[in-house]
Design a binder for this molecule. Sequence first.
Ligand code: 6GU
Length: 225
Amino acid sequence: MVVDIISAVPDLLNSPFSHSIMARAGDRNLLKVNVINLRTYGLGKHRQIDDYQYGGGAGMVMMAEPLDNCINDLKSQHDYDEVIFMTPDGELHNQKLANKLSLKDRIMVICGHYKGIDERIREHHVTMEISIGDYVLSGGELAAAVLVDSIGRLIPGVLNDESSALSDSFQDDLLAPPVYTRPADYKGWKVPEILLSGNDKLIEEWRMNESVKRTKERRPDLSEE
Ligand code: 6GU
């Protein structure tokens, strides 16, 4: 899968994909993330990308022309399954959407800044608008990093133990059960006996029980659907 991210602050996106699972996805050629600097498409000698909004009001808006030129340039080189705009008024991101997007070959992700982007880009280029939660970030970059991380780890071969994505929280509308590692007794804080029993069937049942209990207590909304 290839993700092309358009950003006015590309430096914000250097680190998230260079570590751990995301780095392995890159090393294995399963996920390639390209960050395109919108400034390259800026207008005039100052490479302008934003301007005052019509109708007045505080805050700059990202101009249509640099974005249109950048998007058309990318579209002339590749076909895209989706052109996604990261915005707090988009569809709320969740595991189901991550699963769906992990099946795509190539997506474009546009990061907004300031008061947002000229609406005409949303009308004429954008196919999906995604928010990562009901709070406001300074720009779309951190949201894009969250989106791409959640998608990348679902691509087959990215995780070492394939089954571990399946047992993640949310994968079946259940939160994950508690986990423990050695020692079995730390300062008198004990690991549940059953996990030391070697009885796979009982351990599986215990984990399912804990998942259901945790989901009911913490996220009753998940089981109501
Ligand atoms: Cl996608 N962008 C911004 N700027 N803020 C957000 C967001 C996105 N999702 C939640 N808050």
